[in-house]
Every structure is written in C-alpha cells, then in structure tokens.
Design a binder for this molecule. Structure first.
Ligand SMILES: Nc1ncnc2c1ncn2[C@@H]1O[C@H](COP(=O)(O)OP(=O)(O)OP(=O)(O)O)[C@@H](O)[C@H]1O
Ligand SMILES: [Mg+2]
Length: 771
C-alpha cells in the first residue's frame, strides 16, 4: 500500500525536547520494528508485515507499507516526519536506472557521541534531484542481529552500549539504494543517503552497484567449472555434472525473471554466517576517560573484538533517523527558489488561484477562509498587483449580484486598464478626474446633518489625535455653513461686494472661513454668508466659529490672534481638501457607498494619477487624506448595509493595493481591526497589499500578520525580510532568496488547520491567465 507524505506543520512541542523522539518511537512501533514474532505468531513470520519502504524523489516522499501492516502506521510515521500521509498510486520509477546501494566498509568504526536531535524546520536529510530515486527499505532487526549488535556496540564503545541510540527499542535495519541514470551519481547519492542516517559510522559509507539475482549466477559458474574439471581430470563420476548445471540454469532463469525494479523491493539482507570479529587495535583498548585498559599490554589483553554485526549492506536505523528521512523536503525552504508541493489540505480548495506548485499543479486558497483576510507583501515590482488582480478577478467571477466589491488602487494608470480587461463589469471612480463620478463624503440630509457626518468621518478617519473634539466641531460648522449658504443665489454677489472671490467648492469655503486666507477674509466671508442667508442658524454657526460680536462696540469677542490659533488645526485639514479642486468640482456626479453596496457593484477607486491623460495627480498628503476618508466611509457603510451578510452567504470584498497610500493616521488602522474582529458577520473579505512592512505602524503590522493568509514576494533588505520572515514563520533568508514571480504563502486549509509555508509560482494574471 503506497502513501505520499506531504508537508504539514510540526506539532507545537513547547519545551518538550523529547516529543519528537516519542513520535518517532511510536511510528517505529507501529511499523513493527519494536516487536518480535512469538511462538504463536511465528507461523505468520513469513508474511513480513514489518517495516516499510521509503522512497524519496525530488521534493516528494512516498511510503510503502507491507500488506497486513498496522493501518495507523502511515499516519504515525507521517506525524513523526511533520507530514500528512495520503494513499496514492505507486510512484512511477522509470526503468533503466542504474541502482547503487550503500554498505559499511571493512574496518569502519562507530562514534559513541552520535545522538539525534530534532531537525530544524528547514533541515532536510534527503534531498535528491528530480531524476534521482532514493529508496530506504526497512525491516525489523533479526534475532541474531540484535544479539550481535549489542556485542558489537559494546566492543566499539568499550563499555556497555545502553546509552547508544542504536541500542533502543524500535531500531530497524535498512538498505539504502539509489537509482539514477548516471551510475556515478547513483553511487555518490547512495553514500550520501547512508550518511544522512547519521549513525556515527566513521569514516562513512561505500557503495556498490546493485545487480539483483547476479549473485547466484556468480556462485554457480565456478561450481559448474569445478564439476567439469573434476569430471574431465579427476575421473569424478558423471552425476556430479547435472547438479551444478541445473543450479546454473535456475540461477539464469531467476536472473531473467527478476523485475527491473528489484532494487526497490530488496529487503536488507541478513548475515547468517558466523559472528564477525576483527583484530583489536590500540584504540579499542582505551578506557572511556583516558589512558589504556589495565590489561592493554598484559597477556590477558583483548585480541579480538566484535566487528560489524549486520550484513554490510544492512544499516541499523534508529526511529528518529527514519522519521528524519521521511520528512518531505517541501517543508524545507532554505533555498527560496525551490517550489513546494501542494499540501493535502489544499487539494480540494476552491478559492482563488495563487500559483503553481513544484509539480505544476494549481494551488488555490480555500474560499471559506477568505474572510480571515489576505495580505500580500513584496518589494516594488515584485508582483503584488499582479497577484492582487488574480484575486480580484476570481472574486468578480464568483460574485453573485448580491455581493459587492471595492478595489482601492493607487496606480490606476497601469492597473485600471488591466482590471477592465479582467472584469468587464468594473465601474471606476477616478478620484482626481471630474468626468468620473466621485464617492459622496457628505451623505444625504440637511446641511447640518451633512456637516456633522463629514466632521465625524474626518475624525474617525484621521484619529482623535489629528482631529480633536474642538476641531471636529469647527469642521462641522464650517462645512454646514458652506452647504447652507453656497446654494443661495445672493451669495456670490455678497462675496463680490465684500471684495472676496466666491469659493467654488465647499472645502474651499470651509478653508477660507477657517482662516485659510487670514482672519479678515474669514470674517468677511462669514459676514457675507450671514447677509446671503440671514437667520438664526447661520448666525449661530458663525458665532461658534468666530465668536460673538459685541453689539455695542461692533468688536469681536475673540481677538484675531486668538482666532487663528483656534482655527489652525481644522484649517490644515480643510486646506488639503480645498487643494484638490477636481475631486470636489462643482457639478461632479456623486454616488454614495450605500448605493455602491446596494447595487452589488464592482468598483475600482483610483487614488493615483488619472487614467485619462494628462494624468493629473493629487499630492501625497491629499491622496492619503482622501483615501482615508473613503476607506473609513466604506467601513461605516458596511457596518450599516451589510449586517447579516455572512449568514446570508453574501460577500463584501475589499481590496487595497498599496495600503500606505490609503492609510493615514490612527483612524485607518481601526478599519483593519474592525474587518478582522467584526468583519466576518458582515461578509467582509479584506485583501491588502503593501510594499515594505517596516513602513507600517507596528500595531497595524501585527494586525495584518494575524490575517489567515499571508504572502510575500522577495524582500531583499535585511529589515524587510526579517520582519516578513518572522511574520510568516520562516527564515528571513528564505524571503530574501525567493525567485522572480515566486510567492511564499502561509495559509490555512478549509478546516482552518495551519498549513506549512509554501512557495508557488504566480501566473501572469495581468496577461489573462485564469484566476
Ligand atoms: N507571474 C508573472 N509573470 C510575468 N510577469 C509578471 C508576473 N507577475 C507580475 N509580472 C509583471 O511584473 C511587473 C511588476 O508586477 P506588479 O506591478 O504586480 O508588481 P508590484 O509588486 O505591484 O509592484 P509595485 O510595488 O511597484 O506596485 C508587471 O509588469 C507585471 O505584469
Ligand atoms: Mg503594485
């Protein structure tokens, strides 16, 4: 029965340094390596239901269990090897390979200090290239072997061998063979694979070419020759001839019938001969601490010591070494360039495609974990936007008309045409282009309500530090005043009469009234406003902004200097907005987030240069302010429009390419926190990308790294790769050595089990590859 082992994360053992050893011992026991036939089971001994065959090829690991093996054995070994086992067809080992197997050279000794440690996550013992097949065939230790191995170890160590790892329960015996088209490579690889067992054999291993079934032929040929010679020269009787000839014929027949892949199935041989000894050398006569044995030079000195206890091509294998060999190398990422194999957990994943694995199979996310958030990191030009476009395309193709989707773009000039191609339903809000609609920041209602809403939005988007309570009230009154008086027909005349240029847009009005052009202009504009729309409301707003006027003297209660100070903070914000004239151009169509969500729109908001030439852009501060207002507005609308969407199976998908462009101040971090903590109930699925993690606020970064799917493209600088590596739980060198268009992914499967880090090759979505 064949199984494929694919990488899974290692169980968290905490401080328990022996847990891996126990897992390995359990696997060995289940493989029958720690048991022995008894008188009752002796009749079944010929069945050979012990041991296993491990096959390593490239990044893949296969396991073959004998019929009748413990069905749990595959899982137990997989657990010990940080993998999951899945039944599969036998691996397709090509015919015509040269097979070599390792053996212990004569005179090799063993070092007593060889102990097993858990391999690090990115260690791998076997690492054959794609065209090479490493086969480790394991069986349990025979009766003779176990007796002899103790004596052998005892003599090697010149002490009782109980502390040796080769003297524990569950030590099996294995034969290590390697098949390769090139004989030389096969030999080298066989020696390396045997060394990977880390037995402590010094100086190491040698290798033979495997010639299955040739041995008997080689034995029979001299016998036939001898029989002939005896018959011809020594007058032996004629009946000595047929026996060896028959033997030879049978040996040749056996050779002919031997399957080509016999090396794979060759169990480790036994040594049935007499116990092997070798002559004791000076080193064998040393004590454990220092100096010579008392008897080292006396007549009683040890002259012979036990030699290697096994057939020389059979190597003892402790459980931990077996588990280490079984470890799929896909969990090793030390060479970033290596693509990994898709984990079993994602086999049936039905979400967006991230890329292709080492075998060219699609690696998809599980669609039900998307509300756990997706974050993409990577240096400029790494391919974030390309991957983001793939995710967006998948989302739009899998959206019902009850789902909504909003994409925040900062590089619309290059992205929007691509997105339009990938998503025919896409609507575009090009923030700096007045010919496209703009998202309404004010909402419906009376001027007072709209001013109030805008001021709250401003405060929420920028955070309490940037917009304090007093500033919020100023902004509210300034905007409400603008919205009240600007539509008045007399307003422009009043302005002209006061020697002012009438402001065109409400942010410009608010800016002037907040003393953006000086206190006298602010007072003059307020006066014009009162004249244009006389009434207690307007009067009250002006008084709240500029202070009351003493009716007797006509002097303002608040001095000019004092007023400038009071208005400075809110004025700065309105000043930024007033400087993006296109954004609030008079007569520009507006649409509210509420309508966008209600109509199930697929909307891209471009905060960068306009798609239409000339590519007008906003300043950096303006862009991040407008972006923050839009994102915050969306978040509030989602809260009121999308209640119960998750239960209804509806999706509110938000994509933010280049977070740093949209983020501003503390308020926006709250948006991500809200998405993470409450978004699920509202069906919110957040995907965001950013170039350099170290540019983000640390608390925001840790929030992002709590997302269930975290991906990164290559990061070259030490700071970025360290941070990304930590966040993804991989070595920073992996992040810094990723190849072009390779994405390192950390995600969970559909049952929310954490998966090991994967490296996939991203498709070129921008060029139309399907998502
Ligand atoms: N898998 C791919 N195969 C071929 N070309 C690709 C692939 N992925 C991305 N590209 C191309 O590489 C270029 C850079 O990619 P992209 O714009 O996605 O990078 P980015 O990480 O978003 O960069 P920035 O941080 O500057 O926005 C683009 O021209 C894109 O088309
Ligand atoms: Mg980009």
């Amino acid at each position: 029965m064949w199984f494929e082992l694919s990488p899974a994360p290692r169980p968290d053992d905490g401080d328990d340094r022996d847990a891996y050893r126990r897992r390995a011992a359990n696997a060995a026991a289940r493989l029958g390596l720690a048991s022995r036939p008894s008188i009752d089971t002796l009749t079944q001994a010929w069945r050979r239901d012990d041991g296993c065959i491990l096959v390593a090829n490239g990044a893949r690991r296969y396991l073959c269990l004998p019929d009748g093996a413990d069905p749990e054995a595959a899982d137990a070994l997989a657990r010990a090897a940080d993998a999951t086992a899945r039944e599969c067809d036998p691996p397709d080992i090509p015919a015509g390979l040269v097979w070599a197997h390792a053996f212990v050279p004569r005179g090799a000794t063993i070092s007593r200090t060889a102990f097993d440690e858990p391999d690090k996550d990115d260690d791998v013992r076997l690492d054959p290239p794609a065209g090479q097949w490493v086969v480790v065939n394991v069986r349990r230790m025979g009766w003779l072997e176990s007796r002899r191995s103790k004596n052998w170890l005892g003599d090697e160590f010149n002490m009782t061998p109980d502390t040796s790892k080769l003297q524990k329960a569950g030590v099996g015996v294995c034969r290590v063979s390697v098949g390769d088209r090139d004989g030389g490579r096969a030999h080298r690889a066989a020696e390396m694979a045997a060394n990977a067992l880390d037995l402590g054999v010094t100086p190491g291993f040698a290798s033979h070419t495997s010639r299955p079934a040739w041995g008997l032929v080689a034995l029979m040929l001299p016998l036939v020759a001898a029989a002939f010679a005896g018959f011809m020269l020594l007058n032996w009787p004629a009946w000595v001839l047929p026996v060896p000839i028959l033997g030879l014929i049978m040996a040749v027949a056996r050779l002919a019938l031997t399957p080509r892949d016999a090396a794979v199935w060759q169990r480790p041989r036994h040594w049935w001969g007499l116990t092997r000894y070798r002559e004791a050398q000076s080193a064998d006569l040393k004590t454990r601490n220092s100096g010579d044995d008392l008897e080292a030079f006396g007549p009683q000195r040890k002259r012979r010591v036990h030699a290697y206890a096994f057939q020389r091509s059979s190597l003892p294998v402790p459980p931990t070494a077996l588990a280490a060999l079984a470890r799929p190398s896909a969990s090793r990422l030390s060479q970033g360039a290596a693509l990994t194999v898709r984990p079993v957990g994602l086999e049936t994943a039905d979400g967006p495609r991230l890329g292709r694995d080492a075998d060219g199979r699609d690696v998809r996310l599980a669609s039900n974990v998307l509300y756990g958030g997706v974050v993409l990191l990577g240096r400029p030009g790494g391919g974030k936007s390309n991957s983001m476009h793939g995710l967006e395309r998948w989302a739009s193709e899998h959206a019902s008309n009850r789902d909504a989707m909003v994409v925040f773009e900062s590089k619309g000039v290059s992205s929007i045409p691509v997105l339009k191609r990938l998503m025919p339903r896409l609507l575009v809000v090009d923030v700096a282009d007045p010919s496209t609609p703009m998202i309404d920041l004010l909402g419906p209602g009376t001027p007072g309500e709209r001013g109030e809403r805008f001021a709250s939005l401003m405060r929420a988007a920028l955070g309490d530090e940037q917009v304090g309570p007093a500033s919020r009230l100023m902004i509210r009154d300034a905007v409400a005043l603008a919205l009240t008086v600007m539509p008045e027909p007399r307003f422009r005349d009043r302005c002209r009469a006061a020697g002012l240029v009438a402001p065109d847009t409400w942010p410009q009005f608010a800016r002037v009234v907040l003393a953006g052009d000086g206190v006298s202009a602010a007072r003059a504009l307020a006066h014009a406003a009162v004249l244009a729309a006389p009434g207690p409301d307007v009067q009250a707003m002006v008084e709240r902004l500029h202070g009351a006027v003493n009716p007797k003297t006509g002097r303002p209660a608040v001095s000019d200097g004092e007023l400038v100070k009071r208005l400075a903070a809110p004025m700065n914000k309105m000043d930024l907005l007033a400087r993006c004239p296109g954004v609030f151009a008079p007569g520009r169509r507006t649409v509210g987030w509420r309508q966008v969500i209600a109509h199930g729109a697929t909307l891209a908001v471009n905060l960068g240069g306009t798609v239409r030439a000339p590519h007008t852009t906003l300043g950096d501060d303006q862009r991040s302010l407008v972006g923050a207002l839009l994102l915050r507005g969306l978040r509030e609308q989602m809260e009121s429009s999308c209640a119960g969407w998750y239960d209804a199976g509806r999706h509110m998908r938000v994509f933010v390419d280049e977070m740093t462009e949209v983020l501003s101040g503390g308020g926006n971090a709250e948006v991500f926190r809200w998405c993470r903590t409450q978004g699920r109930a509202f069906g919110v699925e957040m995907t965001c990308g950013t170039q350099f993690p170290e540019n983000l606020d640390p608390s925001l970064f840790s929030l992002l790294m709590d997302f269930d799917t975290r991906c990164t493209f290559v990061m070259r600088s030490v700071a970025s790769s360290t941070q990304a590596g930590q966040a993804l739980g991989v070595d920073p060198s992996v992040v810094s050595s990723l190849g072009e268009h390779m994405l390192l992914v950390r995600t969970v499967d559909a049952d929310w089990n954490t998966l090991p880090p994967m490296v996939v090759r991203t498709p070129w979505f921008d060029n139309g590859e399907p998502a």
